[in-house]
Write a protein that binds this ligand. Structure first.
Ligand code: PMP
Ligand code: GLN
Length: 402
């Protein structure tokens, strides 16, 4: 019996799921983490913290498991968590929401993103993202058989050129994806850029998908959701998750909020992805969202310190750094080490230096790689002693010179 594989290959190809030899890819995060584990390197590649989220929140999940929260949660998520998302959006951003119609709980931000893209994007539609972009956007746009158009974030502050943004969004654009604060560059889009995205969405009848998973990880500034700017709410699906704000990346509890017609569409698709997940994690995340302001500012402050330690250590090793305004990532430029693409050095660093990082070019369209090819992304959501150890090892980067 023959095995018909062509249709899968075609889909996989457009979603960038195969490498140039036609082999199914694993994500760069998985690849680099495997190398870091193999060589016992300090893993500053995949973005996950090495400290646990608050113990009182973990206990809620344990108690929930022991007390019967083990069967399907409702497709929209438990009401307590939807209420907590509404309270959070009101408390931090003055955005009132109806928990019954304007919020849906998802399996991480990833599922909310997937459901939003699948809900609004038809084959041949155009989806605009900034570049570099988080890898799952490209995969989902490809799986939806849509066309992925990009607007570059430019060095040194990783802001877009407004004229390029205007020239890229057009009547074929169905969705504009915004990620603010931004992975992988650590930049924060100016209100001017966000307002232009809103204006363009109105002009060309687009939906805005705003990925705000790093909303609380900012160094000294407050977050502005695009939905809180004039004309923003009615066109925006705002997405966040418990992974980054509370250091529970493995729990995969996320949420989407926005106007009822948009959230109804997301929920309708989402029910056929996972339906629902994490019934014991959901009540815990509800309480996490209600933690006092000091929790959020304290965590950001601690991360800012770790980021500064790493930035100073890289600079001490002679490597230029672009300091982040938010997230737990920073970008360093290893051009002087003589590699055409930093992917090469990223693959040898775990073994030869004992530190792992992610090459920036994996977040970029093939044809645009040159501008970003000497850049590496380092995650600094690690304990101080781990950053100190990484910095110590990074002093040997010069020895990897070509
Ligand atoms: N968006 C961005 C920008 C991310 O960095 C990540 C990685 N955490 C996600 C979405 C996925 O979030 P989650 O783990 O909640 O699915
Ligand atoms: N969001 C994490 C990062 O950017 C990785 C998530 C994943 O492994 N898919 O590093």
């Amino acid at each position: 019996m023959s095995f018909e594989y062509t249709p899968w290959q075609r889909t996989a190809d457009s979603a960038n799921l195969l490498d140039s030899n036609g082999t199914p890819r694993i994500t760069i995060f998985e690849e680099i983490t495997a190398l870091a584990n193999k060589h016992q390197a300090v893993n500053l590649g995949q973005g996950f913290p090495d400290t646990e989220g608050p113990e009182e929140i973990r206990k809620i999940a344990v108690d929930a498991i022991l007390n019967g929260a083990n069967q399907y949660a409702p497709g929209s998520g438990i009401l307590d968590l939807r209420n907590a998302v509404c309270e959070h959006q009101l408390r931090f951003y003055d955005l009132p929401l109806d928990p019954l119609t304007q919020v849906v709980i998802s399996t991480g931000a990833t599922e909310a993103l997937a459901a939003s893209i699948l809900a609004f994007v038809e084959p041949q539609d155009e989806v605009v993202t900034f570049e570099p972009y988080y890898d799952s956007y490209a995969a989902m746009i490809g799986l939806a058989n849509a066309c992925h158009r990009v607007v570059q974030l430019r060095l040194p502050d990783f802001q877009p050129d407004i004229e390029q943004l205007r020239a890229t969004v057009n009547d074929k654009t169905r969705v504009i994806i915004v990620n603010n604060p931004h992975n992988p560059t650590g930049s924060i889009l100016s209100d001017e850029v966000l307002q232009e995205v809103i204006n363009l969405a109105h002009q060309h009848d687009c939906v805005i998908i705003s990925d705000e998973v790093y909303e609380h990880l900012r160094f000294g500034t407050r977050h502005t959701p695009i939905a809180s700017l004039p004309g923003g709410f009615e066109r925006t699906i705002t997405i966040s998750s418990a992974g980054k704000s509370f250091s529970f990346t493995g729990w995969k509890v996320g949420w989407a909020s926005g106007p009822e017609p948009l959230i109804t569409a997301v929920r309708t698709v989402k029910q056929f992805l996972t339906y629902s997940s994490g019934p014991a994690f959901q009540p815990a995340v509800a309480e996490a969202l209600r933690l006092p302001e000091e929790f959020f500012t304290g965590f950001a402050h601690q991360l800012g310190h770790a980021g500064e330690l790493l930035a100073a250590g890289l600079e001490n090793a002679g490597i230029p750094v672009y300091r982040p305004q938010g997230t737990y990532f920073l970008v360093a430029d290893v051009a002087q080490l003589g590699y055409e693409d930093a992917t090469e050095i990223a693959r040898i660093m775990p073994e030869q230096l004992g530190v792992a990082a992610i090459p920036m070019s994996v977040f970029v369209h093939e044809e645009n790689r040159t501008a970003y090819s000497s850049l590496l992304r380092f995650a600094f959501c690690k304990k101080e002693e781990v950053i100190v150890q990484a910095v110590h090892r990074l002093q040997g980067l010069g020895a990897l010179q070509r």
